[in-house]
Ligand binder design. Structure first.
Ligand SMILES: *Cc1c(COP(=O)(O)O)cnc(C)c1O
Length: 371
């Protein structure tokens, strides 16, 4: 036990799954005995339950969080060249989805306090060709959706909320993913609600959007008639059953993440380290716990030697990735995102991390880290 508390993985999958393994096995075995591996009742059930806990009208499961964004964009009937705005400080998937839907990628800098979209830069980037905005509730910290809605309304733009890191987060008491035309979720094994593989989900408030998505997810068909060329983006039944078991715990896991983050805040803030700012009206669900340091390499290797895993989300930033060479972004285009990308460091956070483990992380962090 003592030794165990001194090995701190970035995510503790062992502890996480040990607690619920027997429950998961019951569901998995049921599917193995029924042998209905796709398009059975589990994906429908899980989607409905996830929809309900988010107070959404409609939801549909899909293959992963990236396809959730792509399918939502396609449901908006994007024309090639339509501009889709998102943030430079996000995971790469957000821009991949725009590319996949044949939109033009337009990036906006981030607010260095909340790490979310910078509204002044957003207003500057809206043009006559802008079709949609994809705010990302990064690290689980809700974007101020009232401001997004205001800008969207003024310019007649659609909104897709990338909620891959923000299950159960709320702004003004309203769950993220229900403010926009679409809210997209990922259940990648690292996320706050995670599958044992890949899975995703889309929330929407319109019945016609739901039918559009369902058709796209399943080879463009309704019954046997293929109405569009769309491919296969289904969630499988085993993943859905696993997610449905885990969904029952999501509220308590989320509360624990918030408690842990507050504890880290209380240890780091007095020492002058940056802690993520959360809007008073927002409930942040801390998918990641990020702080900033000026000597990152040194901190990472010092902590690694003491069996403390950390991670960087992300470096280099999206606009400087080789895959986007063709878009001719330059160093200096998004100064806040670039500055953050050189300093940011994610510390281990998960519902199962103990106070002793967090104390051990911070004790060592403070020995080496420079503001
Ligand atoms: C994880 C993630 C995605 C993509 O989800 P996948 O299920 O891995 O495809 C999209 N956007 C953000 C912000 C993410 O963190």
């Amino acid at each position: 036990m003592e030794q165990n508390s001194k090995i701190i993985p970035f995510i503790d999958f062992d502890t996480h799954y040990n607690k619920i393994e027997s429950e998961l096995l019951v569901s998995i075995k049921k599917i193995l005995s029924e042998k209905k591996f796709i398009q059975g009742s589990y994906c429908e059930d899980f989607s409905r339950n996830f929809c309900n806990v988010h107070g959404s009208k409609y939801a549909t499961g899909c293959s992963n969080g990236t396809s959730a964004i792509t399918l939502s964009l396609k449901a908006l009937n994007i024309n090639p060249g339509d501009e889709i705005i998102t943030v430079a400080n996000s995971f790469f998937a957000t821009v991949e989805a725009i590319h996949e839907a044949q939109g033009k990628i337009v990036l906006v800098d981030c607010n260095p306090k909340t790490y979310g979209i910078d509204f002044e830069d957003l207003k500057r980037k809206v043009t006559k060709k802008t079709k949609a905005i994809i705010p990302v509730h990064l690290y689980g910290n809700p974007v101020e959706m009232d401001k997004v809605l205001e800008i969207a309304k003024k310019h007649n733009l659609k909104i897709i909320e990338d909620c891959a890191q923000a299950h159960l987060a709320t702004f003004n008491g309203r769950p993220v993913g229900t403010w926009g035309d679409f809210g997209t979720f990922s259940f990648h094994p690292s996320k706050n609600l995670s599958a044992c593989g890949d899975a995703g989900l889309i929330l929407t408030q319109k019945k016609s959007s739901l039918s559009n998505l369902k058709r796209q997810i399943n080879h463009g068909r309704t019954n046997k008639i293929h109405e569009i060329l769309a491919g296969n983006h289904r969630m499988d039944e085993i993943q859905a059953a696993i997610l449905d078991v885990k969904l029952k715990y999501l509220n308590s896991w989320t509360d624990k993440r918030i408690q842990k983050a507050k504890y880290y805040d209380s240890l780091l803030k007095p020492k002058g380290f940056k802690v993520m700012e959360v809007n008073q009206k927002a409930k942040c669900v801390y998918h990641l716990y990020v702080t900033e340091v000026s000597n990152r390499e040194e901190v990472v290797s010092y902590l690694e030697k003491r069996n403390i895993s950390t991670a960087i989300h992300w470096y280099p930033p999206i606009h400087l990735q080789p895959a986007l060479k063709g878009l001719k972004f330059k160093r200096g285009d998004f100064p806040e995102t670039e500055s953050i990308s050189k300093r940011i460091l994610s510390l281990p956070i998960y519902p199962e991390i103990s106070k002793g483990q967090m104390d051990y992380v911070i004790k060592n962090f403070l020995k080496v880290a420079k503001v």
